[in-house]
Design a protein around this ligand. Structure first.
Ligand SMILES: [Zn+2]
Length: 472
């Protein structure tokens, strides 16, 4: 009996014990899984604050989850009537037993409130997300983020002041315009170039002034326009009366000899830590083409910072007692061994007098740089404000430093032939927004008075635009 009872009882006891162990193991594994997965639920945050949504507003949401990873998200906009517009959604499947493994997801959207049918006025952006954690069902469906927004579909208003504008190819012009206070950026657009408008401190708050150029090599159909964009990305572009005048530029053939390549080109490559090709033409192109491009890029960077106030005591002063060698936008063909090996534009004036002559600042300003600048050799770059600067190149020595205030006519260094120069001379460039322009206009007192000084002083007398919202 006992034996038969024992035989019956032993498997039952074994079974119970096994069950207990299985339950214990399940509790340990399940608890471990829950702890491992994290119980906090998914998170969401904005990479950048957003308060106004317009026709091109970037939205960047960073979603996070525990180790089990994200399972889904939805980003929505709420209209004033309570209805929701889906902006983005995604379901992220499990990858194996333990979750999706997607711990972070960054969602970048470019919101167009008009296309989404969001009316102007208050609204809200909501972000929902779920994760693959075993406790996910415990989290109620509530938005992780609720961001109050204002929908604004109206681009800033622009009113260009003044009468007919004329700008020559390679020449400069000044535009004065009024713009709504909510404009984040504004300026003159010339093809793909943007010349940011500045607010000189002495002018009314909604007045902007922009100096711009139509580059000497711009396409013939190019028409300058004024644009403004607000914080929500609403953009307006307006025309203004402007006539772009054609201009012909001289061309010149320059014979390149071995003496110049060995005496100037190769040493310039060495001085700039560049490889020196054995082939004469390759060495020449490494400087005249490759180093030239690098120098222009650097020059553009150096002119990026400019004061909002134009310091102009009148026309630019031309370096006295000099003979003009080359002019602006002269098209140069370089000939070596009867072969044309390169074409480049000469983007300034070459002015020669005696060697080591003191070089004088053409206009009052602040020294932006006094550096060695590739093909230009030792240069002094002076910022005159509103993106206008002047460059003095190939100097043998400089006597000013970045940050120095200089007066018109003040010596800034001595002429020389550093960089890509075949003799002692001053290379003089004027730049507007980092683009080379013809200095001849800036040397002309009548042009400076009519095109720059008078429009600027008229701007001081202009009536302000009514505040935004009064006449939409
Ligand atoms: Zn030159």
């Amino acid at each position: 009996m006992r034996d038969s009872f024992g035989r019956r009882e032993r498997p039952r006891r074994l079974g119970r014990r096994l069950l207990l162990w299985v339950i214990l193991l399940a509790v340990v594994l399940g608890g471990g899984w829950i702890l491992w997965s994290g119980t906090g639920g998914p998170t969401a945050r904005l990479a950048r604050p957003i308060d106004v949504v317009g026709q091109a507003t970037p939205l960047e949401v960073s979603l996070g989850a525990g180790r089990a990873g994200l399972a889904s998200y939805e980003i929505m906009a709420r209209r004033p009537d309570g209805s929701l517009v889906l902006l983005a959604e995604e379901q992220i499947a499990q990858d194996g037993m333990l979750g999706s493994g997607v711990a972070v997801r960054t969602v970048r959207l470019d919101l167009d409130a008009k296309a989404l049918g969001l009316p102007e006025g208050p609204g809200e952006i909501q972000v929902y997300a779920t994760d693959h954690a075993p406790t996910a069902f415990l989290h109620p469906r509530e938005p992780l983020l609720q961001i109050p927004i204002r929908v604004d579909l109206s681009p800033p208003r622009i009113r260009v002041l003044g009468a007919q504008h004329y700008v020559s190819r390679g020449g400069s012009d000044l535009v004065v315009y009024e713009v709504d206070q909510d404009a984040a950026t504004s300026g003159v657009e010339v093809a793909d170039l943007h010349f940011e408008g500045q607010r000189p401190p002495h002018l009314p708050e909604n007045i902007r002034v922009a100096l711009y150029t139509v580059p000497h090599d711009a396409e013939s159909a190019v028409v300058p326009k004024v644009s403004a964009v607000d914080a929500a990305g609403n953009r307006r572009v307006v025309s203004f009366p402007v006539e772009v005048r054609a201009k012909t530029f001289p061309s010149e053939e320059i014979a390149v000899g071995d003496g110049f390549i060995d005496g100037t080109v190769r040493p310039l490559l060495e001085a700039n830590d560049k490889p020196v090709p054995d082939d004469a033409v390759e060495a020449f192109l490494a400087v005249n083409s490759v180093m030239r491009r690098a120098s222009e890029r650097l020059l553009k960077d150096l002119t990026a910072e400019s004061r909002p106030h134009l310091s102009l005591s009148g026309a630019f002063r031309q370096q006295p007692g000099t003979k003009v060698g080359s002019r602006f936008a002269e098209r140069r063909s370089y000939v070596y061994d009867d072969q044309v090996i390169d074409h480049q534009y000469h983007l300034g004036y070459d002015l020669a007098s005696v060697k080591q002559t003191p070089i004088l600042a053409a206009q009052t300003g602040t020294v932006a740089a006094a550096v060695d600048l590739g093909i230009y050799g030792n240069v002094v770059l002076i910022d005159h404000g509103l993106g206008l600067s002047s460059l003095y190149a190939h100097l043998s020595s400089t006597s000013v430093e970045a940050g120095d205030a200089v007066e018109v006519g003040q010596p800034v260094g001595r002429s020389g032939q550093t960089g890509l120069a075949s003799g002692d001379h001053l290379h003089f460039s004027v730049l507007v927004g980092g683009e080379h322009v013809d200095p001849i206009e800036w040397w002309d007192p009548r042009w400076v008075r009519l095109r720059i000084q008078e429009p600027l002083s008229e701007a001081g007398q202009s009536d302000a635009l009514p505040q935004p919202g009064s006449t939409r």
